[in-house]
Design a protein around this ligand. Sequence first.
Ligand code: PGA
Length: 251
Amino acid sequence: MRKNIVAGNWKMNKTLQEGMALATELNETLAGYTPNCDVVIGTPFIHLASVAAAIDKKKIGIAAQNCANKEKGAYTGEVSAEMVKSTGAAYVILGHSERREYYNETSEILNDKLALALANGLTPIYCCGEALEVRNANGQNAFVQKQLEETIFKLSVDDFKKLVLAYEPIWAIGTGVTASTEQAQEMLAFIRSIIAGKFGQEVADETSILYGGSCNAKNAPELFAQPDIDGGLIGGASLKVADFKAIIDAF
Ligand code: PGA
């Protein structure tokens, strides 16, 4: 079902103690108050279970930032979708550009991760987005379309309906450069149109699509007011409760 969502992506930040302090402060800040959007925090693996035990999971959903492309067994250092689910997390961020770029995650690997996440009842927050060279050559639509066609467009319609999408242009991530409201709206409308082409208009209208990349309290109100932008995937600005809360309040 289409929802407004503000999802934090802590990336590789915060010790366990710092992360617990951040999560509990957010939990307290949101207590006794109903945001106009779903709130999710994407913590490192080691925080998941402790955060899940300490916060109101009905108010704040918990996401892992990755899961293994294998079910279980001799894969030293990996964390499976089933393990993620067992912590109390409900979401998993998949296909983030940092994973694609620095950890060589291909569409093939992502398809295995998507299948395992879905089989374990996790909601994937599936990321796509182009690099600056691609944008400069005006190739962003074709690039993003290919990313989706190679992965989530291969899912059954029932599985596709369980996903949340996030468009994050790589040139806007952590750079302080946000896509302009027009660029973000244009791309999210394009993504919705190709979803409609693949799965039908009704499915497209029911898909939550987030924007990510230097989204902050200042630009969020204008971004979230766009017809196709259903929220944000927030990196840097999710690491301070006041900043993250201000983005939540942009809805
Ligand atoms: P940023 O990161 O908000 O720090 O740009 C967004 C993301 O990578 O999810």
